[in-house]
Write a protein that binds this ligand. Structure first.
Ligand code: 13P
Ligand code: SF4
Length: 327
C-alpha cells in the first residue's frame, strides 16, 4: 500500500500527463478563437476550475452582469447557467451571447413561471416584486426590480416600501427579512437543491475538529447554517473574505467550485465543505473546455441566446433599476 502511494502506477501518471496536454491544447485553441471572434469568456465561481482558469472574468452574478454590460467584445460566452446568459443578453442586446453549455439550467429559477408570478401578484395587489437574478427573463419582465445575492439587502432597503414579494428563493428572502425587519417580506417557496444539501450537523462536526474555522455561507443556505456563519454573502464576497482573512481554516457553505477556487488561490489555507453528500451544482459543471471551443468555433446562430423584444424590454427595466440602486 505504502509502496503504491510512493510509486503511483505508470498509467495514472500517463493519464494525468495526457489530461494536461489535452487541457493545454484546448487552452491554445480557445485563445486563438477568442481573438478571431473578439470574444470574452465569463465564468461563474461554481464552474470547473479549468473553465474558471481560461475565463477573462470570474465572479458572482452581479460582477459578471457588470462586465457583460460594459464589455466591447462582439461575442460573450457565458460559462454559467441559463439565467446568467439571459442577463448578459439583456444588458448587452447588440452582442452575440452564448451559454458555454446550452443545457445548463438553474432548477431554482425554474421553480417559478411567469404564470405563477401573475397569480402570486394577484393575491397581493400593488406590492412590488423583487426578483432574484436567478429567474427567467419572462419572470423578470413581470417583476419590479432585480437583485443578486450581493445587493439584495441594499436593493430592498432602497425601495422604501412596507412590503415586498420576493421570488423565487425563500432562503434569500428570509435572509433579507432578517436584515431589513422594517419591511414585510412575502416569499415564494423556491430553493436551491445544492445549498440545501449542506447540513448544520456537518458544520458542527467540522467545528469540533477545527474550532477555529471561520464559517462562510451563501444566503441560499438554510437558516440554521446561516445562524452559524461568521460571514454571509455572495460567492465573490465569500472568496474575498477568505483571501483577506488572517484565519487559516474555513468551512465553505456554498457550491464546491468556490472551495476549489479558494484552495487554488490560497494554498496555505484549508477549505472544508460541510456535507457528506456532494455540494456540487450539476448544471454548473456541464460546461467543459470542449464546449467553449466548439461554441467559439461554430458561433451557431440557433444556439444564440435570444429573448423576444417585448419581454426583453420589460426585463431590462428591472435590471436597470437594480443597477441604478446598487449596481
Ligand atoms: P452568486 O450571485 O452569489 O454568485 O450566486 C449565484 C448562484 O446561483 C448561487 O447559487
Ligand atoms: Fe441554481 Fe443552485 Fe445551481 Fe445556483 S447552485 S445555479 S441556485 S441550482
Amino acid at each position: 500500500m505504502a509502496l503504491q502511494t510512493l510509486n503511483p502506477p505508470l498509467t495514472d501518471i500517463e493519464g494525468k500527463l495526457n489530461r494536461q496536454q489535452r487541457l493545454q491544447q484546448l487552452y491554445e485553441e480557445i485563445s486563438v478563437l477568442k481573438r478571431e471572434r473578439n470574444a470574452v469568456i465569463l465564468a461563474h465561481l461554481y464552474e470547473r476550475l479549468e473553465v474558471q482558469n481560461i475565463a477573462d472574468h470570474v465572479g458572482d452574478s452581479l460582477g459578471l452582469s457588470q462586465v457583460a454590460a460594459k464589455t466591447d467584445a462582439d461575442v460573450i460566452v457565458f460559462c454559467g447557467v441559463h439565467f446568467m446568459a439571459e442577463t448578459a443578453k439583456l444588458l448587452s442586446p447588440q452582442k452575440k451571447v452564448f451559454l458555454g453549455n446550452r443545457n445548463a439550467g438553474c432548477p431554482m429559477a425554474d421553480m417559478i413561471t411567469r404564470e405563477d408570478l401573475i397569480d402570486f401578484k394577484a393575491q397581493y395587489p400593488g406590492v412590488p416584486v423583487v426578483a432574484y437574478v436567478n429567474t427567467t427573463a419572462e419572470v423578470k419582465a413581470e417583476s419590479d426590480v432585480c437583485c443578486t445575492s450581493a445587493n439584495a439587502v441594499n436593493v430592498v432597503r432602497a425601495l422604501n416600501v412596507p412590503r415586498i414579494l420576493c421570488v423565487p428563493d425563500q432562503h434569500l428572502a428570509k435572509y433579507i427579512q432578517s436584515q431589513v425587519p422594517e419591511v414585510e417580506v412575502i416569499w415564494w417557496n423556491g430553493f436551491c437543491p445544492t445549498h440545501l444539501r449542506m447540513l448544520p450537523e456537518d458544520v458542527i462536526a467540522l467545528k469540533k475538529d477545527y474550532p477555529e474555522a471561520m464559517v462562510l455561507a451563501h444566503p441560499e443556505c438554510d437558516d440554521p447554517i446561516k445562524d452559524m456563519a461568521d460571514f454571509i454573502g455572495s460567492t465573490t464576497k465569500i472568496r474575498e473574505t477568505a483571501i483577506q482573512s488572517q484565519n487559516k481554516v474555513f468551512i465553505v457553505c456554498t457550491e464546491d467550485g468556490v472551495r476549489q477556487r479558494l484552495s487554488q488561490d490560497c494554498p496555505d489555507k484549508l477549505f472544508l465543505t460541510p456535507t457528506r453528500a456532494c455540494a456540487v451544482c450539476p448544471n454548473m459543471k456541464l460546461t467543459r473546455l470542449e464546449n467553449i471551443r466548439n461554441t467559439l468555433r461554430d458561433l451557431e446562430p440557433t444556439e444564440e441566446i435570444d429573448i423576444p423584444e417585448d419581454i426583453a424590454a420589460k426585463a431590462r427595466k428591472t435590471l436597470a433599476l437594480m443597477m441604478a440602486v446598487h449596481g
